[in-house]
Structure formats: structure tokens, C-alpha cells
Design a protein around this ligand. Structure first.
Ligand code: SF4
Length: 486
């Protein structure tokens, strides 16, 4: 509908409508109820229907939000209509166990009949589909512009923002203090739900949860929730696939499909927060894709995540990880944003690094390290260099000495990561003693070192592996591979 027609329609309908009750004060998002930690890892992939929709359910189910208390009859009818529209099944944990009453005698364990895992459906990727923009991808200023275009007061923009980012509702109908004609107009323009029912979840005994999210065009992307004490980090994807082909990365093996829009990047956070047993406090852009190859959408998503009136993730709790895209590092220097930067090093010389990371041909180590030096000098921030240790390949003392030479002139620390097993890469992690010895040598050379404990190996936690294992499942079941509709 043209903007002028839309304005007239909204005004006419709003005039007919009964005067809206005073908008209720927005409530801060209610932290997710802690769930029982999984006891053992399950190899079964469990569909988590409408992962993202659960956050809406948690709001409406409680019935205690001020807005729902003050709802008019029409609004209640509307709320009944929306709540009955689609029942939201809670995500089954792959590892959940039944609680036994202490009074009841414990029955002897029955032999478990193996259940055949659900066969995944073949995927159809729709390249030409015209999708509405996602509401999660708009900044507060964008909402003000949309409201101005529709001749609406600017406080409507704030109301919409709070419904989306504080209450995290999943439908326009749930925004009870927004006039119905405006909700209808917004629903015509923007999608709220970023994901389809084709969403899967895996979890492990160390609490890591991996989500395989189905995009509206059929693409699938991954997000991983990594819990730590009373907080949790979510690892987010920035592209569907990746063009950089790093040797030990499962995503690189899948190839590049498309960039994710800002709404899909923020939508991963929303989906993860709806199933995470702990509050998500940190975001790392280390999932599928190279963040600097989708620079504008990633930076927009960061500004949305960082907004104080919204999801309020502190900039210092957001980390961008790059495989070494120098123009991206240079652009980030110019941004006035205090995010953390992490650079994948993985090899201490050009010959080995080019073998492991083809990006090194375009931006070899001297060029990359010069960009890193400029970044630390101009921003005053430290860079974390990721170094995946592979036995016999890059874990010898001479490799450690070269790493010292590279990193010592820069304000940087080295994060050592023992290799996670990847099917297509022949290599194993060194022994824990060898990893510690490598780290100690770096420390003696004056480098700050951390040794990352690999969590979530059993959910194929290296990026792209869940998608890859799903493709393998499709092949094994002789179901046709994804059809690309170009
Ligand atoms: S490691 Fe990152 S940049 Fe390299 S192929 Fe994988 S997703 Fe792409």
C-alpha cells in the first residue's frame, strides 16, 4: 500500500477504534527459568519447534505482564486468537530425564529400544523469493522514520522497539498498546519471525547447545550457546556458508550461499535466549561465515544488540572474529565502537598459513600484522590471536618461537585451541601436556596466553559441522540433496 493511503487508512481506522487504554510500563525481559542440565550427551538430533516463538510463549503464558492485565475485551479476544493460532511445543531436550518421586521405588532400568532418529526433510532453497524485511534488523532511528512515514507519533517507535527487544514478542498482535490499524500496517511491511519450523537442537553433557535454524528461504545456519557459571555466550553466524575455505572448518567445506541480513543476525540471539537456561551475556561472531565479508549487516546487528533500551549487550562483551580480512580491520579502526577483535592466526609463517587458510594469499602475514598493529595503536585495544593446535603441524617449539616474533610487537594475546575433530581434515589435537608446553614457551617469550577447553565436541561444535552432519544425514537416507531454485 502506498504511504499516503496507509496513513489515511490508519487514521480512519484509529478514529473508529475505541480510545486505547493508557500504555502499560514496559517490563524488563523475564530471565528464562533455569532448566535441568542434561546428564548425558545424546547423538539424536531433536527438532525444537518454533525455538524463537518460545520467548513469546513465556510472556503470554505468565499472563502477568501489565499490558495483558489491562487488555480490553477486544484485545483479550485478539490475544486468545493469537495464542490459539499455533500451539508452541516446548523444545525437547535431547538429554532430558524423568524425575522420580522419592517415595516411589525405583524400577529396574528397562533395556532401551533404539529409536530411529527422525529423518530430516529435504530442503528447498528459494533464491528468488521476495521476503519482507525482518523487524529485528531495524535500529531505533529506522523505527522513527517508519512511524514518521505513516504519520505516527515518535513514541510509537519506542513502543515497538520495547515490545521487540525487551519483551521479545513474536507477533504484531501481541503489541497490545499499539493501535490495531498500525499493527496491521506493520505486519504488511515487516516479518517478526526469522525462522521456520525446520529448526533443530543438540546439546551435550557440558551444557553446550547447538541450534540449526531454518531461514525463511530454506537456508540453514547455526548458533551455539556456551554456558559458563552464571552466564552464557552465544556464538552467532554472519553468513549462510563461507567462501574462505579454511582447511579445518566445516563451513568452508559447504561453500558460500549468502550474507545474513542484520535481522537474521539479531534473530539468532533472540532464538538462543529463548532456549538458554542462563542469561546470554556475551556474543561472539565466530559461527558460520566471515563477519568482515558481511561488514554492514554485522555492524548494524552490533548496534542493535548494544542498544541500552533493548538487548543491552555491552560492546566489550561482543567479539568479532576474522580470518584476516585486512580491509575489515581497517574499517573497524574508524568505527567508534569498543567491540573485541579476534584474529585467526593458526600458523606462524606464510607457507603454512596459506595451506591452512587460503585468505593468506590475499593478505599475507606481514600485511595482516601491520593492520593489527595499527588497530591496537589507534584503538588502544588488545587483539586476541586464535591459534588452533594440530599435532605435528603447527605445535613444535620452532612454531612457538615464530608466533612470539609475530605477536610480541603488537598488543595481543594468544588463545590456544586444541583442534576439534573435523571429518574432512586429517589432523588431531596434541596431547594436553603438549598444548601446555606450547603455551609455556609463548609465556616465556612474553606473550599472554590462554588455553581454551574445547566444549561441545559431541555436538560437532566446530562451525558448520551441524549443518554438514545434517547434509550427511540426508545423503545417508537417500533423500535428494537441497534443490536450489535460482
Ligand atoms: S573458519 Fe571462518 S572464515 Fe574460515 S572457512 Fe570457516 S567460517 Fe569461513
Amino acid at each position: 500500500m502506498p504511504a499516503t493511503k496507509a496513513k489515511t487508512a490508519i487514521k480512519a481506522k484509529a478514529a473508529k477504534a475505541a480510545p486505547a487504554k493508557r500504555p502499560a510500563a514496559p517490563a524488563r525481559p523475564v530471565p528464562a527459568k533455569p532448566k535441568t542440565q542434561p546428564k548425558a550427551m545424546s547423538a539424536k538430533v531433536v527438532p525444537a519447534k518454533r525455538v524463537a516463538a518460545q520467548s513469546h510463549k513465556s510472556v503470554t503464558k505468565s499472563g502477568k505482564t501489565p499490558a495483558s492485565k489491562k487488555a480490553t475485551g477486544a484485545q483479550k479476544a485478539l490475544a486468545r486468537k493469537t495464542s490459539s493460532a499455533k500451539p508452541v511445543a516446548p523444545a525437547k531436550s535431547a538429554t532430558s530425564s524423568k524425575k522420580t518421586s522419592p517415595a516411589q521405588p525405583v524400577a529396574p532400568a528397562k533395556p532401551v529400544t533404539p529409536v530411529a532418529p527422525k529423518q530430516p526433510k529435504p530442503v528447498k532453497i528459494l533464491r528468488n523469493i521476495k521476503l519482507k524485511p525482518l523487524a529485528w534488523g531495524l535500529l531505533p532511528t529506522d523505527w522513527r522514520d517508519v512511524c514518521a512515514e505513516l504519520d505516527q507519533p515518535s513514541f510509537r517507535a519506542r513502543q515497538i522497539w520495547k515490545w521487540l527487544h525487551q519483551r521479545r514478542v513474536m507477533s504484531w498482535d501481541a503489541m497490545s498498546d499499539i493501535p490495531e490499524p498500525l499493527r496491521e500496517e506493520m505486519a504488511k511491511r515487516f516479518d517478526i519471525s526469522a525462522w521456520t519450523d525446520d529448526t533443530y537442537e543438540q546439546s551435550t553433557d557440558d551444557g553446550v547447545r547447538k541450534l540449526l535454524l531454518g531461514c525463511r528461504d530454506g537456508e540453514r545456519i547455526e548458533s551455539v550457546i556456551i554456558p559458563a557459571r552464571d552466564q552464557a555466550t552465544v556464538c552467532i553466524s554472519t553468513q549462510a556458508g563461507c567462501a574462505f575455505k579454511c582447511a579445518f572448518c566445516a563451513t568452508g567445506k559447504c561453500g558460500f550461499d549468502r550474507n545474513l541480513e542484520a535481522g537474521e543476525i539479531v534473530g539468532q540471539f533472540i532464538a538462543a535466549s529463548s532456549v538458554s537456561p542462563r542469561r546470554l551475556t556475551h556474543v561472539v561472531f565466530m559461527g558460520m561465515g566471515e563477519p568482515f565479508a558481511n561488514y554492514d549487516n554485522v555492524l548494524k546487528a552490533i548496534r542493535i544488540l548494544n542498544d541500552f533500551d533493548g538487548l543491552a549487550i555491552g560492546a566489550r562483551r561482543i567479539t568479532i572474529s576474522t580470518c584476516g580480512v585486512v580491509p575489515g580491520i581497517e574499517r573497524l579502526i574508524a568505527e567508534n565502537i569498543q567491540v573485541e577483535l579476534s584474529v585467526s592466526l593458526h600458523a606462524p609463517d606464510d607457507a603454512l598459513r596459506t595451506k591452512l587458510m587460503p585468505v593468506n594469499k590475499q593478505w599475507p602475514l606481514p600485511v595482516l600484522m601491520e593492520a593489527c598493529r595499527k588497530y591496537t595503536e589507534k584503538t588502544g585495544r588488545i587483539i586476541t590471536f586464535e591459534y588452533t593446535l594440530v599435532e605435528g603441524l603447527n605445535d613444535k617449539p620452532e612454531h612457538a618461537d615464530k608466533v612470539i616474533e609475530l605477536v610480541r610487537p603488537i598488543r595481543g594475546r594468544v588463545n590456544l585451541i586444541p583442534l576439534s575433530p573435523v571429518k574432512h581434515f586429517r589432523g588431531v589435537a596434541p596431547s594436553p601436556e603438549a598444548c601446555i608446553a606450547f603455551g609455556r614457551r609463548l609465556q616465556r617469550g612474553g606473550i599472554n596466553v590462554t588455553l581454551r577447553r574445547s566444549k561441545g565436541r559431541s555436538v560437532t561444535a566446530a562451525c558448520g559441522q551441524l549443518k554438514l552432519s545434517r547434509v550427511a544425514a540426508i545423503e545417508a537416507a537417500s533423500i535428494p540433496r537441497p534443490v536450489i531454485d535460482r
